[in-house]
Design a binder for this molecule. Sequence first.
Ligand code: 5RP
Length: 217
Amino acid sequence: MDQDEKKIKVAEAALEYIENNEILGIGSGSTVNCFIEMLDKVKSKIEAVVSSSEKTSQLVKSKNIKVIELREAGKISVYIDGADESNKFKQLIKGGGGALTREKIVANSSSKFICMIDDSKYVGVLGKFPLPIEVIKMAQSSVAMEMIKLGGRPILRENFITDNGNIILDVHDLEINEPIKLEKFLNNIPGVVTNGLFAIRCADKLLIADDKNIEVI
Ligand code: 5RP
């Protein structure tokens, strides 16, 4: 099974986690796009969606499902999203699609976070996937210097501006042995809006697609 087929399989498995009369949080990315594609099957259960990106909002609206603001929703019962990497503690790297800030906000406002990945993204130590950091443009070089001090190699994501009007630095070569500690440290650097570590608010359930099955941990 190739990676795209696994994305479809894991997205299908995530449909099971939608409860009745639900206000659903939805993340961003290609796995999420597969998930949204399938929402027709369970549309009657969904009252409204809180979305993590302009792209997701567009796709959800194209399914004739209502998109509401987080402030109108209050607490969300289930948040469904993909990730770029996960370790066995369900601590994640996210932000490959650049929607990390709104994803972190919605995940943090949700009672349950269901994360969908394929087995290539399940790793022993986080950091092979470059860690995305959303940064206010003015702080590009000062944040980059801090990343170099940490042993990372920051690369500006070319031709990319987030939904919030900021830039992304993708930090290569970090071996992240203490994700919570690093997430907190990065949060404290002036100019950092959000870092792509989802370790403080990690996933509650991880659905991992391999060639044959969906493993749930
Ligand atoms: C977007 C994300 C995505 O969830 C992550 O990049 C995984 O994407 P995909 O499902 O396309 O592999 O964090 O900001």
